[in-house]
Design a protein. Structure first.
Ligand code: HEC
Ligand code: HEC
Length: 501
């Protein structure tokens, strides 16, 4: 999962990323009494700074040191548990009638009258996805302690990490389906649970696997009974800033997308009815659905929970993002860079942290960055914005050579211009997600760059933005280096087990 060249990088990432909230979120898992003032950061930068410095050591590096981080969470949890036993207020919560909790969840007020104010968090925080601490299957007891903590139902006010943060305004879906820690955790369980499929063999993760960058290293998705679909599995990360889903955009939200594979005969092969019955029959799921959603276990709520989990899967800052920081500060300060340390120590610290990462980037990567953004290659005509994806559909001629090609977006719109057009995929972390293109026809990034160099595959509907490129061998190598080295970053470590018994 961790790109092998990022040793020096993740520490910096972490320093910039690990929010003030790191430790506080652990407390929620453990159901400790919560001092709101210490959790919800105010906008006061200096107190935030002090806090993040102290959490930094505790969470030295989630990606490189998952084990240690996990231990940290566990031991905190142990403390929390202990507190839980002696904490009357929370115990009372446990005995509250379910209906009261449900009403509370529906109305947005918490049953115990606890704080309902939003919790601010930077996505990518590993604590959102590390599961309820502990080992093995989740026991009903563990689930009840977790689900009865009102803090796990407080709305999250999320922001994006450096790099993606430029797309904060493009966040979609969370007004309609607010994020909470409890909903993320339920979605995490469902995402990894093969019991959603007809024969208990396939989960979302079968085709969108954390080890394959939330895509899959097969040409096509492989579902129940080893059946193959006709399209390559796209990535399930950075979805929070993406509207329409699928290569042809046929699902208009993540929620709508998530329930599709369950009843797709060659993916999970189930019916929605059967899936809901199965989940309602698992007590650990039932209690979670009923606390989180006023209408309990329904297929729409399965979609909402899974979509909420997917929205936590965001790419950490990559080498490219630090390069932009360094270039931005240098162009702003110019000759006066020497004075930066004294005049603005905070920006100076940001600058020198970013510079350490940039120092490890190869010349080839840096040249590739400039090529990628140049008119010579035109890559950013479509791979645009913070996620390097314009969310539009284009025909590059992929798969168009056969007699009856997959017409992609055309099936949705019936517009000729959409014949053979597919949604632009992100190129963040693209080194992890081969094979490439909607049909998995290209194995390597080198092959992809050759495809663009020759101007795609000629066909009557080829995008006007795709033209033959005059690229030297060095140019091609630089583009590949940029994508591999400059755009690869960590994804949050995710607990893949810990499902209800
Ligand atoms: C059998 C393999 C398989 C399974 C199981 C599967 N998917 Fe997919 N997924 C795919 C393929 C293939 C596509 C692209 C299909 C298309 O575009 O027509 C896709 C598309 C997606 C997309 C759209 C991404 C984008 O960029 O538009 C998301 C999100 C997604 N799947 C999430 C999930 C979730 C959540 C589950 C579990 C409920 C799941 N998938 C189960 C193979 C699978
Ligand atoms: C006209 C818009 C457009 C331009 C210009 C463009 N791309 Fe793409 N890119 C796409 C689309 C659309 C796809 C998916 C096409 C398909 O599967 O049929 C894609 C796929 C890719 C993929 C495969 C990603 C995956 O997950 O399968 C990579 C890598 C890539 N492009 C890199 C580049 C580079 C490098 C350039 C510049 C040389 C570039 N693109 C220029 C739209 C574009």
């Amino acid at each position: 999962m961790t790109p092998n060249f990022s040793c020096g990088r993740t520490c910096v990432i972490h320093r910039l990323l690990m929010p003030i909230l790191g430790l506080s979120l652990i407390m929620f898992w453990g159901c400790q009494p919560v001092d709101t003032a210490s959790i919800v950061p105010d906008s006061n930068a200096s107190s935030a700074e002090a806090d993040s410095n102290s959490s930094q050591d505790e969470h030295s590096d989630p990606a490189h040191d998952e084990g240690a981080d996990h231990d940290q969470a566990e031991s905190d949890h142990a403390d929390g548990d202990h507190d839980h036993g002696t904490d009357g207020e929370h115990d009372e919560g446990d005995h509250d009638g379910d209906s009261e909790h449900q009403a509370a969840a529906a109305s947005g007020t918490s049953a115990s009258g606890a704080d309902d104010s939003p919790i601010e968090v930077v996505l990518g925080n590993p604590l959102l996805t590390s599961g309820i601490p502990g080992e093995g299957s989740l026991t009903l007891e563990e689930i009840k302690i977790f689900i009865n903590d009102p803090n796990n139902h407080r709305p999250l006010s999320v922001s994006l990490p450096l790099g993606l943060s430029a797309a904060q305004e493009n966040i979609v879906g969370i007004k309609e389906n607010p994020m909470t820690i409890a909903k993320i955790e339920l979605g995490r369980q469902l995402y990894f649970d093969t019991r959603l499929s007809k024969d208990n063999t396939v989960s979302c993760a079968s085709c969108h696997a954390p080890d394959n960058g939330y895509a899959k290293d097969t040409k096509f998705g492989v579902g129940i009974d080893d059946q193959e679909g006709g399209r390559n599995s796209p990535v399930a990360y950075n979805r929070i800033i993406s509207g329409a889903q699928f290569w042809d955009g046929r699902a208009d939200s993540l929620e709508a997308q998530a329930v599709g594979p369950i009843e797709n005969p060659i993916e999970m092969g189930n019916t929605h009815e059967n899936c809901v019955n199965t989940l309602a029959g698992i007590e650990g799921y039932k209690v979670q659905f009923e606390k989180i959603f006023p209408d309990g276990v329904t297929i729409d709520n399965v979609g909402k929970a899974i979509a909420t989990f997917e929205r936590t899967l965001v790419t950490a800052p990559a080498g490219y993002d630090y390069l932009e920081v360094v270039r931005g500060i240098e162009s702003q300060w110019g000759e006066d860079l020497d004075e930066l340390e004294e005049e603005d120590p905070e920006v100076f610290a940001e600058y020198s942290d970013a510079q350490k990462v940039v120092a490890n980037l190869s010349e080839s990567t840096i040249r590739g960055r400039d090529l990628f953004f140049s008119e010579k290659t035109n890559c950013t005509a479509c791979h645009a914005g913070a996620n390097f994806a314009d969310e539009l559909y284009h025909n590059l001629g992929v798969g168009m050579e056969v007699e009856k090609p997959d017409l992609g977006r055309f099936a949705e719109t019936n517009n000729d211009i959409d014949r053979g057009a597919f949604k632009t995929p992100t190129v963040r972390n693209v080194a992890m997600t081969g094979p490439y293109m909607h049909d998995g026809s290209q194995k390597t990034l080198e092959e992809v760059v050759e495809w663009y160099a020759k101007g795609g595959h000629a066909n009557p509907f080829l995008s006007e933005k795709v033209k033959k490129l005059e690229l030297t061998d060095q140019d091609k190598a630089d583009l590949v280096a940029f994508m591999k080295e400059g755009l690869t970053s960590d994804l949050p470590p995710v607990e893949t087990g810990r499902l209800p018994q």
